[in-house]
Structures are given as structure tokens and as C-alpha cells.
Design a protein around this ligand. Structure first.
Ligand code: XUL
Ligand code: CO
Length: 438
């Protein structure tokens, strides 16, 4: 079944004038930008779930993709065939990283013992594939939202036995991520929220989540995992109210449970827009709190109010996001995972390549634009100048805690201040972004 992608040649960088459809026009892994290669900046990852586990079924209709390994039951042979297909895709695309959920990669399991055994079998095989293909692991995660046992929550479940099953999954997935050299470990709380307040004790559930994340951090240190732990914010879907609503909410949660120096965020643009934010807002909030980690690149649909998980294509949006990512110091352990899926009608193997080539070329252009914007200092110079009053005088004293409310009020009275409103120059600044979006 590894033959699924056999008719496709490895994808090469051919430059902007190339007329080859299945070739990179802008993603040139070795090109140096601001002292690092494009590959090192972007740390591109392909996700297992949307590409190799989804069969094209939606709530109204069945599979459209005809992926041979998804045709029967999810037994060990199917998991092996999926692994072959996935790694042959990675080799041809040339993405340096991949990401997975435990249940994406393993044969189906019901009991705790079966879960441990089936997962262990595939982790050995993943390790061998990684060595053979040189593909690295960006992050692993446990799927604690698909199985019916998690219907009423994973760590926030009213039943501690469900939480224990989740603990087993996380323990084994974190240990496997460590063994496979993963750069990070993600927790997305798809069921960590509620449908109706009438059956929910919110305070108790938050305490369960807080203790659970602390247990994950404790275990990370116990096993010596040096990667990062990231929470992935999302406001709703599948639950009506999700506790990890957005970056600011996650930071409040981390502070409350003493986790702000241990856990960061994995930001997804489609989750940002569902929360009523734009992409760069979430990036900059994470920078401001010092919790920026990784990105699940995708896009939503402005006319649809749900998580459509489409491949990104908006150059301006991604130029803005890359600008703030680079301004914050760029990716360290994190990277550019495409948490995106081809449309249900894009049912050929080629479509998976078109999707990723387009996404990677887009990020390459956005990266170059962002680097140019940084070099020009037009935006940063404007912002620095706008706040320069805080570098000295009463502004500085206030921030240092050397002036209190009385002091500030006395200063206002004594100097008889009458500050003139100064233009924020929004349109001028937007033009700068327009001129750098190419
Ligand atoms: C769901 C989502 C997940 C996480 C990993 O919206 O983004 O795929 O990225 O569980
Ligand atoms: Co995601």
C-alpha cells in the first residue's frame, strides 16, 4: 500500500518561474534569511490526522478519498500500511517534521492494556521509519476527545476513572514523544469544556484540569523530557464553552495553577478567528506573556462560523503573523505544523501535495516579507517612537514603582499638562504592510 504515492516524484525547489505544478516556487529550504535557513525558520510539519486518518466523510456523507489503508478495520496491518504511506509522503514532500495523536498511528484499542500494547508496537516502527527517512517529530499528543469514554470530558470528566484512562494515554504518549526526540508535546482540550452549566461544576472542572496539567509537567521532569509543553487554545467546537478559549484565557489558567513558566501555547489561526481574534493578535499576546510556542497553520472561511481547517493562502495575514513571530524571536522548539485538510472533493493523492506545496510556498513568501519588514524598521521604529515617553521622567518612575497615584496626580497638576492627541497613523502603517506583501 506504500504504492499510493509511487507515481509522484520527490518535490523539488524550482523557483518562481517554474512551470512544474508539483514543485516549490518559493520554499527553498537552504535559502538564508536573517542568518538562518528557511527550513530552520519554518520547521514545517505535516500532521498525521487530516492527511492519513481522515477518509473524506462528513456529517452528511461517507468517505470520498479511497485511501486503501482506511478501507477496513483499523487493525495492525492497517496501521502499518498507514505508516508506510505517511512516511513515503514525508520523504517526497521533504518536510523536516511531522505531528501525531496516539490514536492516529496505532491499531484500535479498547482496554488500557490493549492501548499500551498497540501503541508500543507502532512507536517502535515509527522510530525505525524516522531513522530511515530522517523525518523528525515536532510534537505528539494524546487524542482524548474521539472515544465515547471522553463524551463528558477528559481531565474535566465528572468520573475520575475516565480521567485515569486519559492519564494512561498521556503518560504513554509523552514517554513516546520523548523517546522519538519530539520538540514538544501538545494538549488540546477538545472535550475540556461543557455543553450546559446545568450539569456542570465549573470550579471543580477547572481544578481537575489544573491538577492534570501539573501532573503532565511533573511527569515531563520525571522522565527528563527537555521539549516544551503547549496548550492549544480554542473557544468552542466540539463543546459549547471550552476552558482554553484563547491565549489570554490560557495565560490566566496557567497563572492560577502555577504553570506559567512550564507551559506555552500552540496557536491555530482558525481557532483565533473563532474566538473573535485575528491570527497576529494571538501571536503577540503569547509574546507579551512569554508563552509563545508553536503554530498549527491553517485558515477558516470568513462566511462559515466553524473550524474549516483549510490550508492557508492569505499572504497578508501570514506576513503579519510571521512578522510578529520573528519579532518575538521566531520558533525555538515550535514550528509550522499544517493542521489543515484538503476539501472532500480533493480526493486524489496529488491533492495532498498541492495543498502542502501551496502552504509551504505561502509561508516562504510570508517569511521573506516579514524579514523585509523587520529590516526596514518602519513599523518597529514607529512603535518605539510612540512609546518613547516611558523611557524617562514620570513614565519611567511609574513603571518602576517609584511613583504612585498621588505622585502622578501631583505631576499632572504641577505641570498643568494638556497632552495633544497624536495620530495613530493606522492607514499609513497599513500601507507599509501592503508595500511589503509581495
Ligand atoms: C482541533 C485541533 C487538533 C489539535 C490536536 O481543532 O486543532 O487537531 O491540533 O489535537
Ligand atoms: Co490544531
Amino acid at each position: 500500500m506504500s504504492g499510493y504515492f509511487d507515481h509522484i516524484d520527490p518535490i523539488k525547489f524550482e523557483g518562481p518561474d517554474s512551470t512544474t505544478d508539483l514543485a516549490f516556487k518559493y520554499y527553498d529550504p537552504k535559502k538564508i534569511i536573517m542568518g538562518k535557513t528557511m527550513e530552520e525558520h519554518l520547521r514545517v510539519a505535516v500532521c498525521y490526522w487530516h492527511n492519513f486518518c481522515w477518509d473524506g466523510a462528513d456529517v452528511f456523507g461517507g468517505p470520498t478519498f479511497n485511501r486503501p489503508w482506511l478501507a477496513g478495520t483499523n487493525d495492525q496491518a492497517a496501521a502499518d500500511a498507514k505508516l508506510d504511506a505517511a512516511f513515503s509522503f514525508f520523504e517526497k514532500l521533504g518536510n523536516p517534521f511531522f505531528c501525531f495523536h496516539d490514536t492516529d498511528v496505532m491499531a484500535a484499542a479498547e482496554t488500557p492494556q490493549e492501548h499500551i500494547e498497540n501503541f508500543a508496537v507502532i512507536v517502535d516502527k515509527i522510530e525505525a521509519k524516522m531513522a530511515q527517512t530522517k523525518t523528525k517529530l515536532l510534537w505528539g499528543t494524546a487524542n482524548m476527545f474521539s472515544h465515547p469514554r471522553y463524551m463528558s470530558g477528559a481531565s474535566t470528566n465528572p468520573n475520575p476513572d475516565v480521567v485515569a484512562f486519559g492519564a494512561l494515554q498521556v503518560k504513554h504518549c509523552l514517554e513516546a514523544t520523548h523517546r522519538l526526540g519530539g520538540a514538544g508535546y501538545v494538549m488540546w482540550g477538545g472535550r475540556e469544556g461543557y455543553e450546559t452549566i446545568l450539569n456542570t461544576d465549573v470550579g471543580r472542572e477547572m481544578d481537575q484540569l489544573g491538577r492534570f496539567v501539573n501532573m503532565v509537567v511533573e511527569h515531563k521532569h520525571k522522565i527528563g523530557f527537555k521539549g516544551d509543553i503547549w496548550i492549544e487554545p480554542k473557544p468552542h467546537e466540539p463543546t459549547k464553552h471550552q476552558y482554553d478559549r484563547d491565549v489570554a484565557t490560557v495565560y490566566g489558567f496557567l497563572k492560577t495553577y502555577g504553570l506559567e513558566n512550564e507551559v506555552g501555547v500552540n496557536i491555530e489561526p482558525n481557532h483565533a478567528t473563532l474566538a473573535g481574534h485575528n491570527f497576529e493578535h494571538e501571536v503577540e499576546m503569547a509574546n507579551a506573556f512569554g508563552i509563545f510556542g508553536s503554530i498549527d497553520f491553517n485558515r477558516g472561511d470568513p462566511q462559515n462560523g466553524w473550524d474549516t481547517d483549510q490550508f492557508p493562502y492569505d499572504l497578508r495575514e501570514n506576513t503579519m503573523a510571521l512578522y510578529y513571530i520573528l519579532r518575538g524571536g521566531g520558533f525555538k522548539n515550535g514550528g509550522a505544523n499544517f493542521d489543515a485538510k484538503v476539501r472532500r472533493q480533493s480526493n486524489d493523492p496529488e491533492d495532498l501535495f498541492y495543498a502542502h506545496i501551496g502552504g509551504m510556498d505561502l509561508l516562504a513568501r510570508a517569511l521573506e516579507n516579514a524579514a523585509d519588514l523587520i529590516k526596514s524598521e518602519k513599523l518597529s521604529g514607529f512603535v518605539d517612537n510612540r512609546y518613547k515617553g516611558w523611557d524617562s521622567g514620570m513614565g519611567k518612575k511609574m513603571l518602576n514603582g517609584k511613583a504612585d497615584l498621588d505622585d502622578m496626580a501631583a505631576y499632572a497638576l504641577k505641570t498643568n499638562i494638556s497632552p495633544a492627541p497624536i495620530s495613530g497613523r493606522q492607514e499609513y502603517l497599513e500601507n507599509i504592510v501592503t508595500y511589503h506583501t509581495k
